[in-house]
Design a protein around this ligand. Sequence first.
Ligand code: C2E
Ligand code: MG
Ligand code: MG
Length: 625
Amino acid sequence: MSPLFETIAAEPLVPALCLTIAIALGVAGCLLVHFMPRSARVRAETAALRESEARLRTSEARFRQLADATFEGLIIHRNGIVLDANTALAAILGWPQELLIGRSLYDLCAPSGHNLLRAQLEEINKGAANEVGDTPVEFQLRHADGSTIPVEVHARTMPFENGDARVVAVRDIRERKAAEERILHLAHHDALTGLPNRNLFRDRLAQAMARARRSGSTVAVLCLDLDRFKPVNDLLGPEIGDELLRQVSLRLTQTTRADDTVARLGADEFAFIQVGLAHPDGPAFMADRLVKALSEPFTICGHHINIGTSIGIALFPSDGINGDELLRAADTALGRAKEAGGNAYRFFESEMDMRLQERRRLERDLRQALSSNQLELHYQPLVDCEHLTVTGCEALLRWHHPERGNVSPTEFIPLAEECGLIMQLGDWVLHTACREAASWPADKTVAVNLSPLQFRQPDLAERILAILDETGLCPRQLELEITEGVLIEDTERTLATLKALKAHGIRISLDDFGTGFSSLSYLHRFPFDKIKIDRSFIWAMEENPDSMSIVRAVIALGRSLRITVTAEGVETAAQLAWLQNEDCDQAQGYLLGKPMSRTAIAHLWANAQGRAQSELPLIPAKAAE
Ligand code: C2E
Ligand code: MG
Ligand code: MG
């Protein structure tokens, strides 16, 4: 026998005894009532009935108190008619509690929930409705003031007054819904401007495309990129930049219709979906309005700020059949609008896509060029205007592609900057120029162009000094040509790098002067060794007196700051004569020598030893490119 059975069997007497006594007392009670006189029995029965009624009332009141004390609403209904409801439910609905009894559930439910209610009632009739433990159902109730209240309900069947009824527990989930909506809003909107973010934009675009597919209509995607936002942000600070973005988003929403989506995709990138296009010119009209709206000045903290926007437009379904394709097409068109100088819009054209593919091919080829000896440096003489002697050369990168032939640096340098190859390319140029110039006469300089992106390398100065060390070129023979873009980027770090280089005797030239910001404060803040006047001014001098005045003013400025001035692009004897007359220090141009190969330059140095350097042209035509 198991130990459990042993325990039970060991103590059988106690419960048996209790049971016997209870039965005996019960039987005695019954006999007592039975043998009472009739009147006394009736009195006793009435008293017992009253007592049980009173007990029932107390218990009912206690249950009602209990029901009213809960925070959840409770409804008891049969076939959709309310039999009872607690005060919490009356409070949720804003109805007096007594008016709820006898009402149809349809009166309490918001019209949007009627179908669900009907389905639930039908299930109850079929006996298949939810029981305890089943998933709660979300409903929409109708408040007395007409508003909709989201609730969560649990229901079960229980016996109630001569039959079965449904008891429904109703939980007000307004707060939870509001919190959920806030979270959803944050996940789908940009915190700074409150505009839809990229995720929501993609959703809306997918919906717009699905609708357009059904109706055979067109959707336009407009990608916007602000012009000149970066300088504003850099010069006036991020607080003003943020406020500017907020004001931009306000103007965008005011310019568009409420059912159009305007989104912020990135720092100063916005996008816009235009649906329901009644007219084929709709996107052009809209783009024009947006360009105009953003070209009006903004006033922030007393600053009058002028920016603008460039817009690229792609159409569904002609330019792309999914979101990615459309955005890519709009982005390509945006690049075209930027190239046009900003404050403009461009439609995507399939030939642009071909251009994009061509760029990718070129990028792949350029990577290969670095490793397969297709690159070479040519050198263009820099000539002293007074004595017409060659003081040095500018190194210019040449790419000879096996199939494409010579590719211009104006084409591949920007590409290398875009795809990040410029660092490798820049290093190669510095190495090669220093190594080749190390065999030149000691008084001849070599000028190397540096891309603004190369200045992002914090160790640029050390790298250049290491290259000088390795190649044996004297620092005084090296000139670095930079454009103003370099100074705009990160002024403090750039100035520190330039000063470190200058401290080692390397000379710094400001290239293409007049084409960038041409801020005179740069000349003041950084002691350049040379200013190179952009060739466009030299070419325009003969026809345009303004250009002549500018060139004259820059020569005078250089003289007063004790900076060498070089005129670029000198092609005619008249230009050279004029520059000599104005006491310009140096000239560079096809008249004085085209860029030439390493061997041609070696010949030049060899010949220059014994020949009079005042004769023009300095470079025999066959040695030039
Ligand atoms: P840049 O530094 O202003 O170079 C001068 C450009 O003007 C060169 O064009 C040169 O061939 C051209 N040029 C010089 N004299 C004349 C003239 O009398 N008439 C005409 N029509 N053109 C003249 P290139 O070699 O095509 O280079 C264009 C630009 O590409 C350069 O402008 C420079 O910004 C960039 N570049 C060239 N090589 C390099 C390099 O190694 N690194 C970097 N970062 N940029 C480079
Ligand atoms: Mg240059
Ligand atoms: Mg230049």
